[in-house]
Design a binder for this molecule. Structure first.
Ligand SMILES: Cc1cc2nc3c(=O)[nH]c(=O)nc-3n(C[C@H](O)[C@H](O)[C@H](O)COP(=O)(O)OP(=O)(O)OC[C@H]3O[C@@H](n4cnc5c(N)ncnc54)[C@H](O)[C@@H]3O)c2cc1C
Ligand code: SF4
Ligand code: SF4
Ligand code: SF4
Length: 395
């Protein structure tokens, strides 16, 4: 039976609730704003299935492999502009929809919370496009995916590596109609902190949240690398590089506890394909198309199903790249964010009623060591001194 004592040991994927034969498990939001399973002991029959299928309690042994690395930029600059990276997601997804399939991914709801939905038309794909830096509520999407593939439909599911792992464990074996895609994941921030932050943003700008028409965490208006947080409102656009929520996210102040000890990063991706930003590209390619600061995807292909899906992408500039080399510039794909005292300080201040902006400013004090590390890391990477290797494994 699942009983979460150490919150670092649960990623909130919901696989346990999905596989429970008596529906004894429900997901509930804790005081920090993260979802956890709660077991109703009166209906639990102690079968142990929840623990056996949990990707954190029982991580699966895997076969070592080296993923194929690709750089990708959508040839359509309008599509690329609205993607977080180079637009790999929409290119893969549109092929699935053109073949009559369904694509599951993260979308905003009417209150600007984030949840997973399934879309079946190219027009609706825009709802899934773009990174939303908030924990997405999966709802019943695992069950809907299982239903769709059982009915013989092609399905693409996109989520964080732990959401993809949870789906794989809930479904069992790889399914020929199911394409699993995970996004590289620094960690997932709290939906509660996001809710407070958006309200503070609206108050500061004197705008009503009811009149927001779009939110973009990664607006490329000033370039891919210099991305901005932009709120589109009936009264105009509000864009900033200094949104406290993003600063706090970047400094790991309110990531889910499991993101500080990510078991999926330890054993490797369960997906067919991993999508990431091609950070560090200026050191790894001379292709001008990739150096225009409009966004480039770093795609890691893990399986034959992933290779087939990538072969179907026709309208993009694609180049092979050494995976290990790219990983040197994107360490959060394979390493967990450090758990610091600043995180505890942040939540203590928030509990006292402080604004997110205030709590971020107070909680985050940059030490001299951190400053030196930030200054020296790019130089050490360039000199090849600060490298690391990672064994990739296949389930
Ligand atoms: C929380 C988070 C942390 C990330 N950390 C890194 C990182 O450290 N390094 C890195 O290289 N890349 C990271 N990424 C991935 C990167 O931001 C892009 O999402 C990825 O490169 C795909 O971009 P794209 O241009 O192909 O497509 P886009 O159009 O940007 O597609 C975005 C896809 O991400 C999915 N998605 C968006 N928000 C969420 C969410 N909250 N939960 C689950 N799925 C979501 C959507 O369903 C969609 O399928 C992160 C993404 C998220 C959501
Ligand atoms: S990691 Fe997923 S399967 Fe395991 S206990 Fe948490 S929600 Fe359940
Ligand atoms: S032990 Fe079995 S019945 Fe009990 S919660 Fe887990 S899966 Fe459900
Ligand atoms: S860092 Fe790991 S545990 Fe956290 S959201 Fe990403 S995949 Fe899940």
């Amino acid at each position: 039976m699942i009983n979460i004592v150490d919150k670092k040991c649960c990623c909130g994927c919901g696989a346990c609730a999905e596989v429970c034969p008596t529906q004894a498990i429900s997901m509930s939001v804790d005081c920090e704003g993260f979802r956890y399973p709660v077991t109703d002991v009166s209906t639990c029959i102690s079968c142990g299935k929840c623990e056996r299928q949990c990707p954190f309690i029982t991580p699966q042994a895997a076969e070592a492999h080296r993923p194929e690395g690709l750089l990708l930029a959508d040839n359509d600059d309008c599509q690329r502009a609205t993607a977080s990276s180079g637009g790999a997601f929409a290119l893969l997804a549109s092929n699935v929809i053109d073949a009559g399939g369904i694509v599951f991914g993260a979308a905003f709801d009417s209150n600007w919370g984030v949840h997973h939905i399934g879309v079946e038309s190219i027009a609706d794909l825009s709802r899934l496009k773009g990174s939303k830096y908030v924990e997405s509520n999966l709802g019943d999407s695992y069950a809907k995916v299982a239903e769709a593939v059982a009915a013989g439909r092609r399905v693409m599911f996109v989520g964080t590596p732990c959401q993809v792992a949870g789906l794989r464990r809930a479904i069992g074996k790889p399914h020929p109609y199911l394409l699993l895609v995970d996004v590289a994941c620094h960690g997932i921030p709290s939906s509660k902190v996001w809710g407070h932050s958006l309200k503070e943003f609206c108050d500061k700008e004197s705008i009503s949240p009811n009149d927001i028409t779009a939110i973009n965490f990664r607006d490329k208006v000033k370039g891919w690398k210099n991305y901005h947080f932009t709120v589109t409102h009936r009264s105009g656009n509000y864009s900033t590089r200094e949104f406290p929520y993003i600063l706090g996210f970047a400094h790991d102040l309110y990531l889910r506890p499991s993101c500080h000890a990510c078991r999926i990063k330890e054993v490797g991706s369960y997906a067919d394909i991993t999508l990431a930003d091609a950070w560090g590209i200026e050191h790894t390619t001379s292709n001008a198309r990739f150096l225009d600061d409009k966004g480039v995807s770093f795609v890691m292909v893990h399986t034959d199903a992933g290779r087939d899906a990538m072969a179907g992408v026709k309208t993009a500039t694609v180049e092979s790249i050494d995976t290990e080399e790219m990983l040197q510039y994107n360490r959060s794909i394979v390493t967990s964010a450090p758990h610091t005292a600043e995180r505890e300080r942040f939540f203590a201040l928030l509990a006292q009623g402080g604004s997110v902006a205030h709590c971020v400013a107070k909680a985050h004090r940059v030490s001299l060591k951190q400053r030196l590390e930030r200054l020296l890391t790019p130089l050490l990477l360039r000199l090849g001194i600060k490298g690391f290797t990672k064994k990739w494994r296949r389930k």
